[in-house]
Design a protein around this ligand. Sequence first.
Ligand SMILES: [Zn+2]
Length: 174
Amino acid sequence: MYLWFRGHRGNKCCPLVNAQSILPSAFYMCCLLGPAVIDGHQREDGTVEYLSTDDLRRCLHARTKLVEANVAIAFRMFAGHVSIGCKDIKTCERALRESRRALRTSYRAVASYHVLQSWKHWIADQDAEVEFCDRCETMLFARDVEERRNIWKTLPSIMGLHNWKAIMDESGVD
Ligand SMILES: [Zn+2]
C-alpha cells in the first residue's frame, strides 16, 4: 500500500511505504485534509496517486467519529469540580462555568476533526478576572494530556483498523 499525507508545513507530500505502524496517524492526517484528500498526491514523475475507494470510505467514516470524539472531549475538559487543594474555589468554579459557557458558542473548536490538538490555550488564556489557580490549571493540563493520550490509543479503532492488534503483532512493532 502506498499511503500519503501532506506534511504539517507547506504542501510537501510525504510518501509512506508499507509503514504499518503509522497507519492510524496517516489516516488521521488524511482526515484533516478534508475534500483535498480526493485530489491525490502528485509524485515527482508527475503521476498522481489516489487513495483507494476503501481508504476514502475509511476517512469519511472516521471524520464523523473524530468530530464526535472531539465534542465529547470538549465537554469533559471543563466538567466536574475544582481541583483538590484549589487556592480560590469561588473563582475557579466561575472559571469552569465560563469555560463551559464559551464552549457552547465555539462551534469550530468543538465540532472539529483535530482531536489531538491541545486545549491548553483554553485553560491558560482565561479572562484575568476568572483565571484558574495554578492547582486547577495543573489539573486541567493533566486532563488535556490524558484525553489526547486516550484518543491516541483509540485512533486505530476510529480509523476502522479493527484488526490493528493482529497487524502490529505480525509486524513485530510494540
Ligand atoms: Zn483552583
